[in-house]
Write a protein that binds this ligand. Structure first.
Ligand SMILES: [Zn+2]
Ligand SMILES: [Zn+2]
Length: 175
């Protein structure tokens, strides 16, 4: 299967790029929305799981991988999950540059004609152009990592690793 770049599982938030990572529909085709851990043969593998249980699982992994205190990792995970289709009831677009969810109209950047962008947030994109068009992925990591380290109480090197990993899943930074 040819995938269109990287998709995020709309149940657990895992990035999916290889076909083995995608779940399957009842007719054997690949799911566009869910990963193989969450969704097989057209149904959720764990239909009764709640967003809090999912946040606990995902938060536990994040906490271990990036040395984040468990409560903070869990709260962060819950926030991420709440923007996914399974938990929000609809798929919420993420800014293709920084990953911020475009929850409300005013979160979206503006096109040259004043309409709202469907791709970028207001911090990254205004009047039809990226605010920092020459920003590289490395520079973006340097910019976002200190905030992340501060918010999540994690070491700066781990924050850089996490932000770098995350940005690589967003369309603006894919090579
Ligand atoms: Zn999943
Ligand atoms: Zn943005």
């Amino acid at each position: 299967m040819k995938t269109d770049g990287i998709r995020t599982c709309q149940s657990c938030g895992m990035p999916m790029s290889e076909k083995e990572q995608f779940g399957t529909e009842a007719d054997g085709t690949f799911s566009k929305n869910y990963c193989t851990y969450c969704y097989r043969d057209g149904a959720f593998t764990n239909p009764g799981i709640t967003i809090d249980e999912m946040a606990k699982l995902g938060g536990g992994m994040l906490s271990q991988m990036y040395a984040i205190p468990p409560e903070k990792a869990e709260a962060f995970m819950r926030e991420q999950l709440s923007c996914l289709k399974r938990w929000a009831g609809r798929e919420i677009a993420l800014c293709e540059s920084c990953g911020m969810p475009l929850l409300r109209d005013e979160d979206a950047g503006t096109e040259a004609d004043g309409s709202r962008s469907t791709r970028y947030c207001t911090y990254c994109y205004r009047d039809g152009g990226l605010i920092e068009p020459d920003l590289t992925r490395e520079q973006a990591v340097e910019q976002y990592a200190p905030m992340m380290a501060e918010n999540l109480g994690m070491p700066i090197e781990k924050a850089k690793e996490m932000v770098g990993q995350y940005l690589s899943t967003l369309p603006r930074w894919q090579e």
